[in-house]
Design a protein around this ligand. Structure first.
Ligand code: MN
Length: 232
């Protein structure tokens, strides 16, 4: 086979405490998975079926790397999230078996152009330009289940320039990880390398150029992201 140009390199993220890399296939994100965040976005947090959106795999940014302030927005937001890394694919995975498909967990920051997202929402248009832009998926090192086990509770928190903005418990998720995997795999065949960002708790807000945003999850440590400057 003769490719007409070089095939893109598969994006990867670090595996904690090793030189190994985790190849990223797709990035799925859960919308409104904490009731208090659904309320702050003006939505009824009734336990309706979760919905998903996605980001391109090459939107991944490793923890510690600066994120250029993105174009077309005046309201870039942080969203602290637990990231599930899939190691074993499958379709229509029952909740009871779902955790056996998890390779590991990471800390994530679902960067969002909130103004574009809300404008799209209002018009019933797709969220892509609010959510799926370049460098929009901050993902820290992946911690293998073999080392950290499965995360079902514990604090998830976020600070901007040292000031606490988000603080909740993983146990507050409306849809816990096994249900998310089960429901998502009923819609698409999951494959090794898929990442799932599991939603953010209340307290979302803006980031400005020069801000340092730190996300912490009990058992996974913390990741730090500096914003800006803009790409020239
Ligand atoms: Mn999110």
């Amino acid at each position: 086979m003769n490719l007409v140009f070089a095939a893109p390199v598969t994006p990867t993220v670090a595996v904690a405490e090793t030189e190994d890399r985790f190849p990223v296939r797709r990035i799925f994100c859960v919308g409104r998975n904490y009731a208090a965040h659904a309320r702050e976005m003006g939505q009824d947090p009734e336990r309706e079926a979760p919905f998903f959106f996605s980001k391109p795999a090459d939107a991944v940014v490793e923890a510690g790397r600066a994120v250029p302030y993105p174009p077309l927005t005046q309201n870039l937001h942080y969203e602290a999230e637990l990231v599930v890394a899939i190691g074993l694919g499958g379709r229509e995975i029952p909740s009871a078996d779902a955790l056996s498909h998890v390779w590991g967990y990471a800390i994530g920051n679902d960067l969002t152009r909130r103004d574009l997202q809300l404008a799209a929402r209002e018009k019933g248009r797709p969220w892509d330009f609010g959510k799926a832009f370049d460098n929009s998926a901050v993902v820290g090192p992946i911690h293998p289940v073999a080392r950290v086990g499965h995360l079902t509770k514990g604090t998830i928190g976020l600070t901007v320039n040292g000031e606490t903005k988000q603080r909740a418990d993983l146990a507050d998720m409306i849809w816990p990880v096994p249900d998310i995997i089960s429901i998502l795999s009923g819609s698409v065949a999951l494959k090794p390398g898929d990442l799932i960002m599991t939603g953010t708790p209340e307290g979302v807000g803006p980031l400005e150029i020069g801000d340092v945003c730190i996300v912490t999850i009990d058992g996974l440590g913390s990741i730090s992201t500096k914003i800006g400057p803009k790409d020239s």
